[in-house]
Design a protein around this ligand. Sequence first.
Ligand code: SAH
Ligand code: F3S
Length: 477
Amino acid sequence: MQEKYIDETRQGEAYAIAEKPQNSRKLFLESYGCQMNFSDSEIVASILSEEGYNTTLNYEEADLILLNTCSIREKAEQTVRMRLSQFKRLKRSRPNVTVGVLGCMAERLKTKFLEEEHLVDLVVGPDAYRDLPNLLKETDGGRDAINVILSKEETYADISPVRLGGNGVTAFVTITRGCDNMCTFCVVPFTRGRERSRDPHSIIRECEELAVNGYKEVTLLGQNVDSYLWYGGGPKKDFDKASDMQKATAVRFAQLLDMVASAVPRMRIRFSTSNPHDMTADVFRMMAKHPNICRYVHLPVQSGSDRMLQKMNRQHTREEYLTLIKEAKDIVPDIAFSQDMIVGFCGETEEDHLQTLSLMRAVEYDYGYMFAYSERPGTPAHKKMEDDVPAEVKKRRLQEVIDLQGELSRKRMESYVGRVHEILIEGESKKNKNQWKGRNSQNAVAVFDKVEGQKVGDLVNVFVFDNTQGTLLGETV
Ligand code: SAH
Ligand code: F3S
């Protein structure tokens, strides 16, 4: 298990699909970071397909190069900078190509990209994609263009995403944008703004469209899905000012799950990311009610030490987290969990670190995404705390949590052996063309020999006879 966030093989992924035959310009669009960025890129592609752009996989033939960027750790930004210097060289031979930066790095660095680095022509923050057509008129006229205004309302609810680079089976649907939580280490509240929820009707419409188009699984996306709140008003923080009627008819996350699961009963429903502070037992009860809601919750905890949780402003204790996990396992016995963990946060002692390891053992996570703390400019931790854990200590602690997660993952995978699982076929196994690859409800990857008549998108019963650390090995029954 490596340090990673979204599936590593997708980092820096570019996509190309034939969109409109009448479109003559070519867009090279590459995404980094979290699932939300990949989902946003589908909105961008949709907006630009109306502006005469089809996507291409070859940046050398592109008229417009866009990088949808991530600021979450310094390393993520370095990767993007390296990529940009490559495009800068390209611009020497093809001065007419427009290079733009989207997403969190655009929002964080704003005009710096244009002024200091001369790396790009266009800078667009996550809430300004509707302005792309206007901004491109500027760049077409030879001027730099920027829009990094954050919005309290924008949810792109009415834009039908162009499904990029996917398998035609699984898709993301955004339900909230922004985050109000202010974890002290995190740059997201600054790059993605205030939290707002999308109209449930537009969410359901999008899920129904996916079902009609043959999709079999939808992942509802948000920085913190559990705090979803639709009341017909604006951002969540203004809910207090809502009318009695608005309050009485407000939709929260558990209800949204109920609505979606009922609207598309033949589709699998997943959601990400959950936050322990905002998650309630209602959500687990809804999972128990609907078999099509997958038995899997990504529930980042960041640390197992109360002292660290408090310094991180996570708003819950170790005990409360463990109680929530227990409650979930009581209500949904076959539930699986994954974590995000940060090691080496400001002031983390060996004792704190041991608390993290013991919490991991107590929960027995199926997977984990583990990171060494990376100080981000402008965050509360950067302003008020000292990044005082030496790099080699962070590295060693990170290795310890990765090793432990490996052990726990193997144990969890072993517990799936000897049983039949319902697997959604997502595609061919990369290693063996005669095998399918798919996932069970708990999100564990399974590979198994193809049987005649099976196709991508089928839900099939697979008997699991063995496992590796991260994969189930099975055969169709
Ligand atoms: N709620 C968000 C979290 C986004 S950040 C979501 O949708 O998943 C994803 C993960 O990156 C966090 O859970 C945290 O573990 C990690 N992370 C965030 N800021 C970090 C930092 N400054 N250094 C290291 N890891 C960080
Ligand atoms: Fe970041 Fe915490 Fe929100 S990790 S995205 S501030 S829940």
